[in-house]
Design a protein around this ligand. Sequence first.
Ligand code: TRP
Ligand code: SF4
Length: 411
Amino acid sequence: MNKLVPMNSLGSENQRVLSGMRPTGRMHLGHLHGVLKNWLKLQHEYECFFFVADWHALTTNYEQSRDIEASMWEMLVDWLAVGVDPGRARIFIQSQIPEHAELHLLLSMVTPLGWLERVPTYKEQLEQITEKDLATYGFLGYPVLQAADILMYKAGWVPVGEDQVPHVELTREIARRFNFMFGREPGFESKVEAAIKKLGKRNAKLYRELRKQYQEQGDQAALQTARALIAGNQNLPLGDRDRLLGSLEGTGRTILAEPQPLLTEAARMPGLDGRKMSKSYGNTIGLRDDPEEIEQKLRTMPTDPARARRSDPGNPEKCPVWEFHKIYSDQKTRDWVWKGCTTAGIGCLECKQPVIESVLKELKPIRERAAEIEANSDMLRNVVSQGCDAAREVAHDTMDEVRQAMGLKYR
Ligand code: TRP
Ligand code: SF4
């Protein structure tokens, strides 16, 4: 993966990744190929924070609040079992960092209602999820809670699926609004002037010229050059660099950095019936399912309906087994499937055999590690407690700045 540089002011230095998952219990192949494998890659390239969004579960499942804990530990076992590495990534639990609630509250004050009502998932879920009463304050405000999660860690990147991109967009808008409102500290202009002087004569002149070109003519190249100029002055205090950026871009000081969504080009992992793999469809293969159960599920999974008999040729594009081959098989095997299927040269059970073997092979070490982790629950609790400590440290600092910017740091 190439390291893109986010295009927001402060964020150009920010290589922190943050992502969260609701506590949904044991993970399945959809989670593994859609999300977790991406996390495994990211943890080598970025400073990663991965957390359990347990309060988010409450926004829709408040009546089952007592189920959250068990689901959470099951999920965490699987995170570690697949290789999320506490030596590289911080793993924590949202509700153990109460600062998330404080930031949520403060952000909620400046978030226009219309922004929330326009979030696509809001109306959709209100209409689709009829078995629960989602006409609550918490459900409407859920994207603000997510914004607080992200902004708390000044994450530059948020790996999410397609459906979550509007939430990251909203987070950017909230950050921008917050910075605009509270980033103009008293005496901002004179502090900017003082910061410019610290650049030295030549650079100060250059900065003023570039700022003028950008602000008067919208010159993007000038903006880029000026940003680089500021970033290049690492000996300038961070506060001053923020002010220079804020003055350049016509905002205030950046208190909350705008994140970017990091779209996963994840393999599409369909369920056993070809629909999205999801517990609610009952079409999953769990990472810790018994091998016999997995084999049984795959053997009985539907194939191209046109192949009612062994002698009928089929079309892999109409068969969910083919989707599994795309993920699990090499080119040679896929050629064999394609030819065998379209000419009725192979039977469906025969075709499934390499998939069965690959899935079992992939899951064996995961199942074994999960058993070890379960047997050593102290280890897991330690990992999480250390992750929470690290998260709390960042959250503490962010809230300090936020309260300061809003004038809420009373002495
Ligand atoms: N809203 C996400 C979901 O339902 C979970 C989540 C909460 C999240 N906070 C987050 C994801 C922050 C990324 C970043 O799947
Ligand atoms: Fe599907 Fe394979 Fe059967 Fe073709 S041969 S229908 S790809 S299972």
